[in-house]
Structures are given as C-alpha cells and as structure tokens.
Design a protein around this ligand. Structure first.
Ligand code: 13P
Length: 268
C-alpha cells in the first residue's frame, strides 16, 4: 500500500539560504541510503514550501523521488487575473508543483476560508491537473463537546459539492479524484501543541472519513487519509501501525531532515 509523508513548511524557513540548506540535508540523507528503493516506492515524500520558495524547491527536487506542493492556491482563477496577492493553480504548476494543500486550519482561521472558496480552489486545482490535499479537523472546544464527526461531515460537504459540479462530467472525475485527492485529518488542537489523539481515535475518524466519501462516490476506491498534528520521530511508528492511517502531514518536525525522514521511515 502506498503511504504519503508530506512536509508542510508553513511560513518557514526565513531565507532562501536556509531553504537550500534544509533541502540539501534531506536529499543528501536520502542519497546516503536512509530509505532504500523499496521504502522509497512505498512512501511518497512531498514538500510544501511557502509560495516564494516553491520554484527553488521544485527545481532542486527534479530528478529526485520527492514531489513539491503549494500550500494554497487562488480561489478566483485557475490561470491569470487581477487578484493582488494571489497565486493561481497555473502559476504553482509553472513553478513545478504537482499538488497543493487546501483548507489548512491556519487558512480557515486567519483567512476565513470557507467551503465555498474551497470548492473554487478544488476546481482550479483539478482543472490544472494538480492534486489537492484537503485538510479538515475539529477545534479543541469541538473535540471536548464530542462534535468531531459533525464538524468533519460539514467540512467534507465540499467534496459532495465538487461531485455535483458540471465540471465533474468534463474531467473524468472518478479517475481524477482517485489520483488527485488526499484528505488530511488535522485536529486543530493537536497542531503544534505536542498533544495528540490516541491512534484508536485517529483510526476511527479516518474510517469515518473514508466511508463518508464513499457514500458520495461509491465507485471510487477508498480515499487516502493522512493524519497531521504533532507527528514526530517518536510517535510516527504508532500512527504508521494503523491500517487506517495512510501517512502523515507534518509541520514542525518537517523542518529538520532527521525527524522528517525518521517519520518517512516509519511509514515505509
Ligand atoms: P505540527 O506537525 O507542527 O503539529 O503541524 C501540523 C500541521 O499543521 C501540518 O499541516
């Protein structure tokens, strides 16, 4: 089974020089044989740098087994237009990205990202043939009041809406979504806090996510679901042991080659 370990660098590192140093560290550690070819083929690695470093990172990763991704794309246009501050799906493809993260909780929190804008972003991504890692997850208050499933169901409505779009007929959506949709379950309260749900909790939530999407699209194979939130070199093995957890979306621990690749090894 294919697993995924994705580094979401967020607004890090501070400079291009530090980006290049981190990249060299990651590539050199892999080249030194940390992941053998069996491991590499089982676990797909991907790095999502900030937009300004996307072209640098993508160009360094050409001819390696690691993919690059944007952290977001514009909701307004898949191509060009008068949208100051935005980067289109076409532009991130041109910078070398094969995927984009969408709907990260930090974007939902600081940029009021809604299902409406996420639907537009998904359409833009798929129409430019890039994959989308759609992030969902509940806040601490929602977790405490046992609303996780309700929150997730509401956030997954965007996939239902996507399937109802006229675009669905144009793109071979079944094939497209099978290849180009990943869900990342990231409880907001676990991000950057060192707190994690139990593996049993994560597994049950992932099973629910897979079933919910299968309800919208019964003909699709079960969707890939990654866990994110304080994944590190010490706890990655326990998440990797669950058949419901198809990989990890990693923040802080992806900023050091050693911890990022230890997580990759756990999912290999
Ligand atoms: P941390 O791994 O730093 O908790 O961040 C998770 C995350 O938000 C990845 O998208």
């Amino acid at each position: 089974m294919q697993t995924w370990v994705i580094g979401n660098w967020k607004q890090n590192p501070a400079t291009k020089r530090e980006v290049e140093a981190l990249l060299e560290d990651i590539v050199a550690t892999i080249d030194s044989g940390l992941l053998d070819s069996d491991h590499k083929s089982r676990c797909q690695l991907m790095l999502a740098p900030s937009c300004i470093h996307l072209a640098t990172v993508s160009s360094r990763l050409q001819n390696t087994s690691i993919l690059s991704a944007a952290q977001d794309i514009s909701a307004h246009s898949a191509t060009v237009g008068a949208y100051t501050g935005d980067c289109s799906a076409q532009q991130v493809v041109d910078a070398g990205a094969a995927w984009t993260i969408l709907g990260h909780s930090e974007r939902r929190q600081y940029h009021q990202e809604s299902n409406d804008s996420l639907l537009q972003k998904l359409i833009c991504a798929l129409s430019q043939n890039i994959g989308a890692v759609l992030c969902i997850g509940e806040t601490q208050a929602q977790y405490d009041s046992e609303q996780t499933i309700e929150v997730i169901n509401e956030q997954l409505q965007v996939i239902k809406s996507l399937l109802e779009q006229p675009l669905s007929q144009q793109l071979d959506l079944k094939h497209t979504l099978t290849e180009r949709l990943i869900i990342a379950y990231e409880p907001v309260w676990a991000i950057g806090t060192g707190k994690v749900p139990t593996v049993a909790e994560v597994s049950a939530t992932h099973e629910h996510i897979k079933q919910e999407i299968a309800r919208f699209a019964p003909d699709l194979p079960l969707v890939t679901v990654l866990y994110g939130g304080s994944v590190n070199a010490n706890n990655a093995d326990s998440f990797a042991a669950s058949s419901m957890i198809d990989g990890a979306l990693v923040g802080g621990a992806s900023l050091k080659a050693e911890s990022f690749l230890a997580i990759a090894a756990a999912f290999s």
